[in-house]
Design a protein around this ligand. Structure first.
Ligand code: BG6
Length: 496
């Protein structure tokens, strides 16, 4: 149980706070994992606490569904109206925090959450330091802790990520910085560690000798919504691939850590990122990547606009909303095993999964017999939805002769554990509060991600993009991506 902490949210009146962060805190509070804390939203919009609570009432679903609990929970909430760029507003924030903490008998253990645009990450940190709210807390520091939780994107390329580090780490130690990647907070993502390292069965075959390819798909049926302004600059690569998908690559490919602790796990993840082959030429990038952008189409019977017709996008935009990539990890374990990554918005259905395609037997005894070889010996880890794991293998069809059909063994979270899976932010907020950085990204991981991504992004700046739009909303992405993916268009578990 986390008690007596102070949580301060920059972007307290924003979308992320209303949709994810405050509900996550509320759920933690309902589950008695959070008690007697002070939660302060910072924003420009509301004027005072009452107005802030009213604003949250409208945004937070649970405020309506569970009004009595919500009312009790909000006793911990307060508000500070302030401008991020104004140092004066940080001084008044400090005075306010000190007085509220005194009133409530809190020791001043403070977590500052940056739920704002990336252009504010460095100015907030510098203003916190200038107003005395943040100082480096080295190994000998004895006072109450101060931690920063920083949202993505962390930089737009390697140079800007380094510059951001320089400015932030001038005011805080790396140990105080929690770079959030909410995919790491997903139960199914953490289960990758349990699945691989708590079982003796899979690890012996988890290598190039037995694995033919690894296919990671993050397909979303949603479009970019009202985030055109941000997405135009980010695109699919910066929005999803270099962070969330590379974390999935890391957890799938890493060596067993020496210990189950933050340092060992992050050390192993960074080794994977450092071993990802960086393309050396434009033609390498051309051959191993496919970009796409959706046009108008139909999803679940509903007509939806194309990317260029969404709000705040350029009618001639060349921003990709789809990316397929083949990457290589140059280690003994993964030599010659392609990692095929695919992500797109406005795809036919929502689904995130990791499909491990095993090699065929060294000798086929069943040549000439009827064999469904489509996805035999494939292991599919479903991250979301229908969270679970399925192993496909060949079995003899009953009856005369010998025909082999693909069958499956299946594990589903809901069926097995009878409880709903907690939201990623619930776990991550608690971890940051107790000071466990395992599920947060370390500075060297971010840099290694950018080193690889920069090579692709800068090549894309030079190679003219395909003619957009090149896939309809509700499809499976551009047909060119099929050449990278052996399964063709559908995501693997859909094909059996
Ligand atoms: C966010 C991206 O980080 O992750 C969004 O900015 C994306 O574009 C979202 O839709 C996906 O998260 P989830 O948890 O719904 O898979």
């Amino acid at each position: 149980v986390v008690t007596n902490a102070t949580l301060v949210f920059f972007g307290g009146t924003g979308d992320l706070a209303g949709r994810k962060l405050i509900p996550a805190l509320f759920n933690n509070w309902q589950q008695k994992r959070l008690r007697d804390c002070l939660i302060v939203g910072i924003g420009r919009r509301a004027k005072d606490r009452d107005e802030y609570l009213q604003l949250l009432d409208g945004k937070v679903g649970v405020a309506q569904t569970d009004p009595a609990d919500w009312k009790e929970f909000t006793k911990q909430l307060d508000y500070h109206q302030g401008e991020i760029r104004t140092e004066e507003d940080f001084k008044s924030l400090r005075a306010k925090l000190e007085s509220l903490e005194k009133e409530r008998g809190l020791p001043g253990k403070r977590l500052f959450y940056y739920a704002v645009g990336p252009q504010w990450f460095a100015p907030i940190t510098e203003n916190l330091a200038a107003s005395g709210l943040l100082e480096k807390q080295g190994p000998d520091y004895k006072g109450p802790w101060t931690r920063l939780v920083i949202e993505k994107p962390y930089g737009t390329d390697l140079a800007s990520a380094k510059e951001l580090d320089r400015r932030i780490l001038a005011c805080a130690d790396e140990e105080q910085v929690y770079r959030i990647d909410h995919y790491l907070g997903k139960e199914t993502v953490q289960n990758l560690l349990a699945f691989r390292f708590a079982n003796g069965l899979f690890e012996p075959v988890w290598n190039q000798k037995y694995i033919d390819s690894v296919q990671i798909t993050v397909s979303e049926s949603l479009g970019i919504g009202n985030r055109g302004d941000y997405y135009e600059k980010a695109g699919a690569m910066r929005d999803m691939v270099i962070n969330h998908m590379m974390q999935l690559v890391c957890l799938t490919a890493m060596e067993p850590p020496a210990r189950m602790n933050a340092k060992s796990i992050r050390d192993e993840k960074v080794k994977v990122l450092q071993a990802v082959r960086v393309p050396q030429s434009l033609s390498e990038v051309e051959q191993s990547t496919v970009r796409g952008q959706y046009g108008p189409g139909t999803i679940n019977g509903e007509s939806v606009p194309g990317y260029r017709e969404e709000g705040d996008t350029d009618p001639n935009s060349t921003t990709p909303s789809f990316v397929a990539l083949r990457l290589q990890i140059d280690t003994w374990r993964w030599a010659h095993v392609p990692f095929l990554l695919r992500h797109g918005k406005r795809m036919a259905k929502r689904g995130t999964e990791i499909a491990i395609q095993f090699r065929t037997p060294p000798l086929s005894l069943f040549r000439g017999h009827e064999i469904c070889g489509h996805c035999s010996n494939m292991l599919v880890l479903r991250i979301q939805p229908k969270e679970g794991i399925t192993l496909y293998f060949g079995a003899k069809k009953p009856g005369a002769g010998m025909s082999i059909s693909t069958v499956s063994m299946d594990f589903e979270y809901e069926r097995e554990f009878h409880e709903s899976i907690p939201e990623a932010y619930q776990r991550l907020l608690l971890d940051a509060l107790v000071g466990d950085p395992t599920l947060f990204t370390r500075s060297d991981e971010v840099r290694a991600q950018w080193t690889w991504a920069d090579a692709i992004l800068s090549a894309w700046d030079e190679i003219p993009p395909p003619k957009y739009p090149n896939y309809p909303a509700g499809g499976w992405g551009p047909s060119a991506a099929e050449s990278l993916f052996p399964q063709g268009d559908e995501i693997p578990s859909g094909s059996c």
